[in-house]
Design a protein around this ligand. Structure first.
Ligand code: ATP
Length: 226
């Protein structure tokens, strides 16, 4: 499917005229695009290409990381909900331990998300206010398909999509996880077809960086006009 076809087939979901950031007490008339995709699909790479065009970038993973560092805003609630066992000796979230817990315990995963997600959204809104010079904003939200509250924050959804084998190869190369581990993570994420159904725009990332840059340039022009 070409970018144009993808846009035509999915443009039905371009329906939010008012987003959460407008509801939240200030009026930001700029386009806010939610950028999502499966693990290793290329979200950060795509965001970096948009940044070269002047787009404002908000990375919810980076916000989550910041909130869960030693002294981070989420630490007191995490301590209250999970105890000191899930903190490192310097008081940061013990990511490896928490990852193992929430992999097998859905209630614990929800408890963590209940703590983190509202804080992440608040931080994202604060960053929106700081990015006044950008013509439009991309918010990287890996969990966008699972989270209606995050979808409320954006007016348009951009999905970075690639074949599962491409994802696996890229993540193995980058992280040294085994193929089995990467496929297990992919299985737990929103299925590819379901994610694509949410898309207003799709970037295909199965070939080289040149193709990626071309697709970003086309969308950049479009986002300037929305
Ligand atoms: P995560 O879900 O883990 O946050 P991501 O979706 O942000 O990952 P990236 O980090 O952008 O994905 O890309 C994953 C890896 O694949 C990186 O090492 C990146 O450099 C590489 N990569 C992404 N797109 C391409 C491409 N078109 N050609 C070659 N390498 C690529």
């Amino acid at each position: 499917m070409t970018l144009r076809q993808a846009d035509e087939t999915t443009s039905h979901s371009t329906k939010l005229s008012k987003n959460d950031s407008q509801v939240a007490g200030y009026h930001d008339r700029r386009l806010i695009v939610g950028l999502t995709g499966g693990i290793g699909s290329g979200k950060s790479t795509v965001a970096a290409l948009f940044a070269e065009h002047g787009a404002g970038i908000i990375d919810t993973d980076a916000i989550a990381h910041h909130l869960t560092q030693a002294g981070g805003e989420a630490i007191p609630s995490i301590r209250a909900a999970f105890g000191n066992d899930y903190l490192t000796s310097d008081g940061a979230l013990d990511r490896a331990r928490m990852r193992r817990l929430i992999f097998s315990d859905t209630a614990a995963k929800q408890r963590l998300e209940y703590i983190l997600h509202p804080l992440i959204r608040e931080q994202a809104k604060a960053q929106l206010r700081q990015l006044q010079a950008s013509p439009y904003i991309l918010v990287i939200v890996p969990l966008l398909p699972e989270s209606p509250a995050f979808r409320q924050l954006v007016q348009r959804v951009l999905v970075v999509d690639c074949e599962e084998n491409t994802q696996v190869a890229r993540v193995i190369w980058r992280s040294r996880l085994t193929e089995e581990e990467v496929r297990a993570i992919i299985t737990r994420q929103t299925p590819r077809a379901e994610r694509l159904q949410l898309a207003d725009d799709i970037i295909r990332n199965d070939s080289g960086l040149g193709s990626l840059a071309e697709q970003v340039a086309v969308l950049h022009e479009r986002y300037l006009k929305v």
